[in-house]
Design a protein around this ligand. Structure first.
Ligand SMILES: Nc1ncnc2c1ncn2[C@@H]1O[C@H](COP(=O)(O)OP(=O)(O)OP(=O)(O)O)[C@@H](O)[C@H]1O
Ligand SMILES: [Mg+2]
Length: 246
């Protein structure tokens, strides 16, 4: 019997997003298998966050097709994609600052996860425990330190009960010890079968988690494959010229 590739959980084919003359994302093909952790690196302005916006439905793409489990979702609004299991964190965290940590996660469970009041309370409690936020559950989100703000961003995404988690530079600004906490959390999610795409500038963190790496530059995929091979790629090294990626 012939073996076939497993069907990707999430894929984008020929994805483009233009802003006037700027091709922020320019003909990108991307596919992530169920349970896989895919990393994305690339210089500032490469189009990484825009690619996440396209996948999550933050705006309509200019061209291309997005599929979840083989079914086209290209024109579905963000809340529908969320209901289908695509969750993202934002490069600049966006909690409701006046609400407590608990309320923030509960709102996500209700609005994004479609749970009623009672179920959303239970889910929020579970997620806070899993993300290490139990001790700060009753603090206003605006009073959190950086690590907890990053964890809250992940917790809010998890509250929607996703099948795939899109993480946008959640490691930035953390100390090494804090970074380790975050890496352990992502590895834990991965061990439970979560599919992850992680955009991150901090390569050594990424390398502890990912199975495969994509490097983007100027809206395109420069290289893709085994992480070490991608980092050794001549085009990738040229894109990082002057800023050694490792
Ligand atoms: N809403 C927008 N309107 C106009 N241009 C935009 C918009 N969003 C992004 N861009 C531009 O698209 C390009 C890609 O931006 P994007 O934020 O996707 O890059 P990135 O790879 O995430 O960079 P970084 O590493 O700095 O986060 C940049 O030139 C950016 O200025
Ligand atoms: Mg970005």
């Amino acid at each position: 019997m012939q073996m076939t590739d497993p069907r990707p959980l999430l894929s984008g084919q020929g994805l483009s997003k233009t802003y006037g003359k700027l091709r922020a994302v320019d003909g990108v093909d991307i596919a992530v298998q169920p349970g896989e952790a895919l990393g994305i690196v690339g210089p500032n302005g490469a189009g990484k966050t825009t690619l996440f916006g396209a996948l999550a439905g933050a705006f309509p793409v200019s061209a291309g097709v997005i599929r979840l489990d083989g079914a086209p979702i290209t024109t579905l609004p963000a809340h529908r994609r969320c209901a289908l299991g695509i969750a993202r964190t934002h490069q600049v965290p966006r909690p409701f600052l006046g609400m407590t940590v608990f309320e923030n996660v509960q709102v996500a469970a209700r609005a994004g996860g479609g749970l009623d009041d009672r179920a959303s309370v239970a889910r929020a409690a579970q997620i806070l425990g899993a993300t290490g936020l139990g001790d700060v559950a009753n603090r206003p989100a605006g009073a959190l330190g950086l690590l907890d703000r990053k964890r809250l961003e992940v917790a809010r995404a998890l509250a929607t009960n996703p099948r795939i988690l899109l993480l946008d530079e959640i490691g930035g600004g953390l100390t090494e010890a804090e970074l380790e906490v975050l890496i352990a959390l992502i590895l834990d999610l991965k061990a439970q079968g979560m599919t992850v795409i992680w955009i991150e500038h901090i390569l050594h963190a990424l390398l502890k988690v990912i199975d495969r790496l994509i490097c983007m530059a100027e809206g395109r995929v420069l290289a893709e494959g085994a992480p070490r091979a991608v980092m050794a790629d001549a085009a990738v090294r040229a894109a990082y010229l002057g800023s050694d990626p490792e």
